[in-house]
Design a binder for this molecule. Structure first.
Ligand code: PLP
Length: 455
């Protein structure tokens, strides 16, 4: 024990001196030290002190098939031996890129049959912006260039993806917003619904899109983008009726409809893609994370036949990344999709672990009055912590309710994430009933302790 702790302290000191972390307050990193994760298998990770922790966040919403898949390691090694890299620029391609594009076309809904590869969700969304604007140029409508996103929407961290998202703290960091991006309210009934029923509120929240379109003018708008369930915003799941109404409004005003599937794709909601769970059909669909279960970085943007035809006639596409369609990432993503299909993980979420997890969370709701609302669907969930459930009174920001609860759960061996005043959960899709029971038991104990600390 002494040896591992010395090693941990050593790693933490080097980390604090040389490593700038994403989305992290450097001061608290220096004070508390980073948690060094050294290995993982199944649904568990292990830290440098030898603690085994149940990963209720699938890494960062991505390890859909769980850790320790030798098959993916072998595929990567084979591809590295055969062809570690070649680009897809200037009319070249590799077999693994070609195979993955075809494989994706078999699982994406409707006519989303054409794929542009990138390395991250952020790059995928930058691609969405550039391609959608290019599309409208080719259609003779260059003034259609603005995007409408939502407050608390998250689409990545590049300058353009930050602007597309609706995270104020990100916009505020170094004035990181570009012109041409507008935001409407997020469909969060518990926060904004007042006395409306969820169904009434769904229509009101969707109406915010039409109001914004009328304000800016449809002739100036390229697209609306939304995550089926807003993950990083705190797992905000819209009430029934919201998505069909959004789709209708987009069609009515000739605005492209983009479903950001970076979290909801690849089985998370018990369908291959989140838009299928809500019964809507986007024109453009960025995806990442579960596409390779995080084993290697890769993302893609799916385009409909209609958009593809226009892009094809429009001359050179002056866009791309060196590692667009990296052959090793493509091979791993392909094998990962094979695993999801072979093990029936999409159906497993829909018929088994999704309902099982949700019933465990409903049990927590009954036991803990600091849970104001259980949100999400299937294998994606959020618990809103509140001072009073009846009046929906939130905890004060300085109470740090979710952070306290997160830290207590971590001490008990469970990773959940704190987002604002919510605890969020997004486990590997391979999680067993026994592991869900363990998660619920640990969350139960964590919530009890957090409630008593918060008074
Ligand atoms: N889109 C959504 C919905 C996301 O949740 C994320 C990341 O969490 C991104 C885009 C950005 O992906 P990346 O971090 O790979 O750039």
């Amino acid at each position: 024990m002494a040896i591992t702790q010395t090693r941990t302290a050593h790693l933490q000191a080097i980390d604090a001196a040389h490593h700038i972390h994403p989305f992290c307050d450097p001061k608290s990193l220096a004070e508390r030290g980073t948690r060094v994760i050294t290995k993982a298998d199944g649904c568990y990770v292990e830290d440098s002190d030898g603690n085994r922790i149940l990963d209720g966040m699938a890494g960062l919403w991505c390890v859909n098939v769980g850790y320790g898949r030798q098959e993916l390691v072998d595929v990567a090694a084979r591809q590295m031996e055969e062809l570690p890299f070649y680009n897809s620029f200037f009319q070249s391609s590799t077999p693994s890129q070609i195979a993955l594009a075809e494989r994706l076309s078999k699982i994406t809904p409707g006519d989303l049959n054409h794929f542009f590869f990138a390395n991250s969700g952020s790059e995928a969304n930058d691609t969405v912006i550039r391609m959608a604007r290019h599309y409208w140029h080719l259609k003779g409508k260059p003034e259609k260039y603005k995007f409408i996103g939502r407050h608390l929407g998250y689409h990545g961290s590049t300058l353009a993806a930050t602007s597309l998202g609706g995270m104020k703290h990100m916009h505020d960091m170094g004035s990181s917003t570009l012109p041409g991006f507008e935001h409407i309210m997020e469909p969060h009934w518990f926060a904004h619904g007042g006395n409306l029923s969820p169904e009434q509120f769904a229509l009101r929240a969707a109406q915010a899109l039409e109001d914004k379109i009328l304000e800016i003018g449809a002739d100036n708008i390229a697209a609306f983008i939304g995550e089926p369930i807003q993950g990083a915003g705190g797992v905000i799941s819209p009430p029934p009726g919201y998505w069909p109404e959004i789709e209708r409004i987009c069609r009515k005003h000739d605005i492209l409809f983009v479903s950001d599937e970076v979290i909801c794709g690849f089985g998370r909601l018990g369908e291959w893609f989140g838009c299928q769970y809500y019964g809507v059909q986007p024109d453009i669909m960025p995806m990442a994370k579960g596409m390779s279960s995080g084993y290697l970085p890769i993302s893609a943007v799916a385009f409909s036949d209609r958009i593809f035809e226009t892009l094809n006639e429009g001359g050179p596409i002056s866009h791309g990344y060196t590692y667009s369609g990296h052959p090793v990432s493509c091979a791993v993503a392909h094998a990962n999709i094979d695993i999801i299909e072979r093990e029936g993980l999409v159906e497993r979420v829909r018929n088994d672990i999704g309902p099982y997890l949700q019933s465990g969370l409903a049990h927590l709701y009954e036991r803990h009055s600091i849970i104001g609302e259980v949100r999400g669907a299937q294998a994606l969930a959020g618990l809103q912590l509140v001072r009073s459930r009846d009046t929906r009174e939130p905890f004060a920001a300085e109470d740090n309710a979710a952070m306290i609860c997160r830290d207590i759960c971590l001490e008990k061996g469970l990773i959940m994430r704190a987002v604002g005043q919510a605890m969020v959960i997004c486990p590997p899709l391979t999680i067993t009933h026994a592991e869900i029971d363990e998660m619920i038991d640990k969350a139960d104990a964590g919530l009890r302790e957090a409630a008593s600390r918060l008074g």
